[in-house]
Design a protein around this ligand. Structure first.
Ligand SMILES: Nc1ncnc2c1ncn2[C@@H]1O[C@H](COP(=O)(O)OP(=O)(O)O)[C@@H](O)[C@H]1O
Ligand SMILES: [Mg+2]
Length: 392
């Protein structure tokens, strides 16, 4: 068994709610020691896939095979949810935080080990009698909790209520809690949602260290493309429940099907070709052509427009970071503050469109527009009169 073995194999999984196909014939693999990102616009079916893997839903059809490091295999679609965690060693976090906010950090991490502790105490009896077996186990559980508190940098706050932590720290605590159950596959549903850039960096480092130090397989749903492109080894893209791309972050980033899904553009090749053409034309245009205009005397308008309108600053130039991927136009992540890449993509879209030749073709020539205007007025008048006529 190598470090990069397949741990999860999802085969032709579909999930249908009434008439809605939330997941449509999905197949992909996740490997040990790798971060596999599951991305796609809102409503693409990502959380539904997680719910199927972790036993919350039984898929309408398909198979999900999990192979543990000891060689045992489990068909997850046949297991009840508690066994998916206990036997198959799959742990998850949720899109919305689900910590025990009134319990301390340490207690949160001990509660996560409740099942094992309960078993070790022979269902409380051994614990009450103070059996050494239970004491050893309880000490180990505390060590594990302290280890993970240290890994997420929150040892100093071990005895504070979890609800008092800043949001980013609560997210890390949730991951630590999942790790305390001793998983082999860790499923994280939008862990970077609502984090500021610094918290997001901390999270990236934590996930990379969990992957490398524990040879962990991580399945990650994420909207923040800087996280996805920065730390994923493998990306699977969903759109309307169907897989539209699967490969390395670089492959997926340049896949026309992904750009189409995120930008909502009909024909990506045509769009890109038009942009290239427009760019080439601009580059070929001789600079002298614009020179006379620059030399022309300043129009008197400058004095006429002394109002604050003249001082309107130019619109900011938004730049997409190189690794960022545009989100589907008009679909920002719900509840996420990470809308910057989305915004940038949206702002870019009209610019790209204006670079095509289609846009000017649709414009009504000035003369025609002028000719049309009186006709409209006339017809409006006619409408008014006929209305009046109708009333009288
Ligand atoms: N329990 C459910 N009952 C009915 N429809 C659902 C249920 N869960 C999810 N859906 C629908 O399935 C689709 C995919 O949802 P979801 O998996 O939450 O998307 P994502 O996580 O990619 O944003 C959505 O159209 C959603 O409304
Ligand atoms: Mg979701």
């Amino acid at each position: 068994m190598t470090n990069k073995d397949t741990i999860l194999s999802v085969e032709h999984v579909s999930m249908i709610f009434g008439g809605l196909v939330a997941v449509n014939d999905l197949s992909f693999e996740a490997r040990r020691g790798e971060i596999t990102a599951l991305i796609g616009p809102n409503g693409a079916g990502k959380t539904t896939v997680f719910n199927c893997i972790t036993g919350f839903y039984k898929p309408t059809q398909g198979m999900m095979k999990l192979t543990r490091s000891n060689g045992e295999t489990y068909l997850l679609e046949r297991l009840p949810d508690f066994q998916v965690n206990r036997e198959a060693k799959v742990a998850r976090t949720f899109q919305n935080l689900r910590l025990f906010s009134g319990l301390t950090l340490l207690e949160n991490l001990l509660v996560a080990q409740h099942n094992a502790l309960n078993k070790a105490s022979y269902y409380t009896v051994g614990g009450l009698l103070g059996l050494s077996h239970y004491k050893t186990f309880a000490a180990e559980a505390k060590d594990k909790a302290r280890y993970w508190l240290d890994r997420i940098g929150l040892t100093a706050r071990a005895d504070d209520p979890a609800g008092d932590l800043p949001y980013g720290a609560q997210r890390r605590l949730e991951i630590a809690r999942a790790m305390c159950t001793g998983p082999e596959l860790l499923c994280l549903d939008e862990p970077a949602a609502g984090l500021n850039p610094r918290e997001s960096d901390d999270l990236n480092r934590l996930l990379l260290s969990i992957r490398d130090d524990h040879n962990m397989a991580i399945l990650l749903i994420e909207h923040d493309m800087s996280v996805v492109m920065g730390i994923s080894d493998h990306v699977v893209v969903l759109d309307y429940g169907k897989k539209i791309s699967d490969g390395t972050p670089n492959h997926v980033k340049n896949d026309p099907a992904v750009i189409r899904a995120y930008l909502g553009v009909e024909d990506v090749e045509e769009e890109l070709a038009a942009i290239d053409k427009a760019a080439a034309k601009t580059a070929a245009t001789p600079v002298v052509a614009t020179a006379p205009a620059a030399k022309a005397p300043l129009p008197k308008l400058a004095s006429e427009f002394k109002s604050e309108r003249v001082n309107i600053p130019p619109p900011p130039v938004l730049k997409l970071p190189d690794e960022a991927m545009p989100a589907r136009a008009g679909s920002a992540s719900a509840g996420s503050e990470k809308a910057a890449p989305v915004k940038a993509a949206e702002d870019k879209k009209p610019a790209a469109k204006s670079a095509t030749r289609k846009a000017p073709a649709k414009k009504v020539p000035a003369k025609k527009a002028a000719a049309k205007a009186p006709a409209k007025k006339a017809s409006a008048k006619a409408g008014k009169t006929s209305k009046k006529g109708g009333r009288s």
